[in-house]
Design a protein. Structure first.
Length: 65
């Protein structure tokens, strides 16, 4: 039933809900922290990558680019 109302951001469902906004809020709650900064010398971006595999040691998996 919700499929007809979740294709556009301006279409309300019969319950008065905007499904695209709810989907965006859910995606934000599951995302990691991200930070970007611009300086006179350039820019840098830092992002948190959450380890989803319980067997992977998070101290071993470090990447810098």
């Amino acid at each position: 039933m919700a499929r007809r109302y979740d294709t556009r951001t301006t279409i309300f469902s019969p319950e008065g809900r905007l499904y695209q906004v709810e989907y965006a809020l859910e995606a934000i709650s599951q995302a990691g922290t991200c930070l970007g900064m611009r300086t006179n010398e350039g820019i840098f971006l830092v992002a948190e990558k959450r380890v989803t595999d319980k067997l992977l040691d998070s101290n071993v998996c470090l990447n810098f680019y």
